[in-house]
Design a protein around this ligand. Structure first.
Ligand code: GLC
Length: 751
């Protein structure tokens, strides 16, 4: 008995120590900050708010002005400095020669891997596996910190419903629930369990906020978002990142409802620092402070500095409005000294949590860990799991090794392109492409390789005949096409989202051979397949899969991995449908599929109101090509016996809902079982479906399992037109489904 008491006492002591330790360290950090703040001059305080940048390709000698500015304490952080000697020398100057000896924070865009590149974030989202996503972020942090990087400008969590927008590639898709889960996972992965660990990166959730709602899908464009949509769709992934302890937040380039995010008091002070209690620091995007002038929200640099500072923006990336004008603004009483002190306190807090005051250096000898077999295997797994099987006529996939294949297309052997956007630190020399991986797996005699187009935008048809000849000598055509890396990412929006160049024509020509045709797409966005989908037997969306694209594609094409990816974005038929997304409202005239007459079937002279006046397109109907959450596998799944424990629950109760899932196919496969609800009547119109949970389940052939979910009233809360969060009694529909268009439905009432 005594032993148990002793054991309990010991546990209690450890828990207390744990709490007091973290509290002590928090207290000691605040005390340390107070001490430093007291000793800092106004110039030095302003210096901490300066993030100075070099172009992402900078290498070599330190620009003289930089060393001088660091020595004088006029710089708090640097980005894009990757030369080991430069990083170490500037840090030495900061910690030994500057007035307050405050260490520099080095930042870099480590978005989807560092040297080992994993799928673009939109591809990672297609795995629906937070644990895997967390792991890839952890590995990226371990690699990047061997170069002295301790801050990454990720995760990017801008909800995007527009495939024209180039940065949809960097996003976690269109759904706030999935994006929230993955945002938190990336923060955990980058920051690790202890931010002071030398392998930890301070994460930076971005771009706060509304950047993905750019009108026309044109990057940097205006975003007007009603508050209830802002709070229910756009902000949740940021809130999830803050709840996960994200160290920093980056403001976005766009204006939101008439006020640029970088000077938006509502976003920065009221919501982020106020409602959410965020205690890290906010950094602007690249010169977004100064850009409030062209926005027409600031008259000049000084006014821009005032707009940003009074809105609570802590650190200015690259532009120098704070450096040039904060002292004067404080002198004039337009910005309070306390504002600046809070900026500096937040910046020092993150530097201390990172352990930079105690360990400002880094250990480059750890670089031996870069692209180690474990990281490469992880990248291969992530790439395979990100791939989405969109079509598989006559189960043509998985392929049989005995078949001779004609490998055609501009991305079959494009090591740089397959890495995708935002890859600053990996080399194409280590990027493993499909063509050699297929030759290695099948033997040279089974692969006839004829890229035909040298790059994705090529319109050169001079080698079409070779492609046709290759196809005719083969049992099957494997077309690996899509977009070069440059066609997505920042400032790379496209008004036409079809396959670029002559790829569609080449696919048409290849289909004329009558050979089975498999299309693998590598791209940073959903691609309009409207003109070609009927010519193709099977389609795999591989996104930009990263370093291990080749081996991963072999795993999926030949069945070592059954495709488990599911779409994190709705896939439009053509650009004309955009914006198109699953969690839309119903309208007063919802489409009636039973009455749809395709445009080319409408009789000439039809009376004007003879067709049904509901919300759809005459030529395309109303449904997208593929819905959110969609994806096939090499097996098949049956959903049966949807059960609700109770069909009436009180506010505050938990609703238990479950379904029987059976693998009715012949191979082991993964299924993403999705839980959707619909609030039938609300204080504002509510989406026809909202994702409220999901489980990725792997079942053996014939195996059956009951998949259970719990929903509570909190999960059903939403914001009314005034931005007030409410959860209310009422009638709801619930689905357990394979995607946002199908599934077993039931109803329940909250009393
Ligand atoms: C860019 C991007 C941002 C990136 C920053 C630093 O313009 O908008 O996502 O982190 O500048 O490179």
């Amino acid at each position: 008995m005594i032993r148990i008491k002793y054991f309990i006492a010991l546990i209690a002591l450890c828990i207390c120590c744990g709490i007091t330790h973290s509290q002590t360290s928090a207290d000691s950090i605040e005390k340390r900050i107070d001490e430093i703040l007291k000793s800092m001059t106004l110039e030095e305080k302003i210096g901490q708010t300066a993030l100075r940048g070099l172009s992402s390709r900078f290498r070599g000698e330190i620009p003289q002005g930089l060393a001088k500015a660091v020595r004088e304490g006029r710089i708090g952080a640097l980005l894009n400095i990757m030369d080991e000697d430069v990083v170490k020398e500037l840090q030495r100057i900061a910690t030994e020669e500057s007035p307050s000896k405050i260490p520099l924070l080095y930042g870099r865009d480590v978005i989807h891997g560092f040297k080992t590149v994993v799928p673009i974030p939109l591809g990672l989202a297609a795995t629906w596996e937070p644990e895997l996503v967390e792991q890839t972020a952890r590995s990226a942090a371990i690699e990047a910190t061997t170069y002295g990087v301790r801050w990454t400008f990720a995760p990017m969590v801008d909800v995007s419903r527009d495939a024209r927008w180039g940065r949809i590639a960097e996003s976690l898709g269109e759904d706030p629930y999935l994006a929230s889960q993955l945002a938190a996972a990336m923060v955990r992965g980058f920051q690790g369990d202890d931010l002071s660990d030398p392998t930890s990166l301070a994460a930076c959730v971005k771009h706060y906020a509304g950047y993905g709602a750019a009108e026309g899908g044109r990057d940097y464009n205006t975003a007007n978002i009603p508050e209830h949509i802002l709070r229910d769709i756009i902000l949740p992934p940021f809130h999830a990142a803050v709840d996960a302890g994200v160290a920093t937040v980056m403001t976005s380039f766009n204006e939101l409802n008439g006020i640029p995010a970088t000077g938006n008091h509502f976003l920065l002070k009221e919501v982020l620092k106020g409602e959410w209690g965020f205690d890290g620091f906010i950094v602007s995007d690249w010169e977004s402070v100064k850009e409030m002038i062209p926005h027409g929200y600031a008259a000049d640099h000084k006014h821009a500095a005032e707009r940003a500072a009074t809105a609570g923006m802590d650190m200015e990336m690259v532009s120098t409005a704070y450096e040039e004008h904060l002292a004067e603004l404080i002198e004039e009483g337009k910005v309070q000294q306390e504002e600046l002190d809070d900026f500096v306190r937040r910046i020092l807090r993150i530097k201390m949590r990172l352990g930079l005051f105690d360990q400002p250096g880094f250990d480059s000898s750890r670089r031996s860990i870069i692209q180690n077999p474990e990281f490469l295997a992880e990248a291969q797994t992530a790439a395979a799991k990100s791939m989405v099987l969109l079509k598989n006529e006559k189960n043509i996939l998985p392929l049989n090794k005995s078949k001779t294949i004609a490998v055609i297309g501009p991305l079959a052997d494009a090591p740089h392109e397959q890495l995708g956007t935002w890859v600053y630190d990996s080399e194409k020399e280590t990027s493993q492409t499909p063509a050699p991986a297929l030759r290695k797996f099948l033997g040279d005699s089974k692969v006839i390789f004829e890229p035909t187009l040298d790059y994705s935008r090529s319109k050169d048809k001079s080698r079409f005949a070779q492609a046709i000849a290759a196809a005719e000598k083969s049992d099957l055509v494997l077309f690996i096409g899509g977009e070069e890396a440059i066609l997505s990412g920042e400032a790379h929006s496209r008004a036409d989202i079809r396959l670029p160049g002559a790829q569609e024509e080449l696919i048409h020509a290849l289909s004329e051979t009558g050979k089975p045709l498999v299309l693998v797409i590598m791209a940073g966005r959903p691609i309009s397949l409207y003109n070609i989908i009927d010519k193709i037997d099977a389609i795999i969306m591989a996104w930009h899969p990263g370093t291990m694209a080749g081996p991963a594609l072999v795993d999926v094409l030949y069945g070592k991995v059954s495709p488990g990816g599911r779409l994190p974005v709705t896939w439009p038929k053509t650009v004309g449908q955009i914006p198109v997304f699953y969690n839309h409202t119903n309208t007063g005239r919802p489409f009636n599929a039973d009455r749809y007459i395709p445009e080319d079937k409408i009789e000439v002279g039809t009376w004007q109101s003879a067709l049904h006046n509901t919300s759809y397109y005459l030529d395309l109907g109303h449904l997208p090509q593929f819905p959110f959450g969609y994806g096939l596998s090499y097996s098949s799944f049956k959903y049966s016996n949807l059960k609700l424990k109770k069909s009436k629950i009180n506010m505050g109760d938990t609703l238990q809902v479950s379904v029987q899932l059976t693998n009715t196919g012949k191979v082991e496969a993964a299924e993403v079982v999705q839980l959707y609800v619909q609030d039938i009547v609300g204080e504002v119109t509510r989406p026809v479906r909202e994702l409220k949970g999901y489980k990725k389940v792997t079942l053996q052939p014939g195996q059956s399992s009951r998949i259970k979910f719990e929903l509570n009233a909190e999960d059903l809360a939403y914001h009314d037109a005034n931005g007030k969060r409410i959860s209310e009694p009422g009638d709801y529909n619930v689905w357990i489904a394979p995607n946002a268009e199908e599934g077993l439905q039931a109803s329940f009432t909250v009393k």
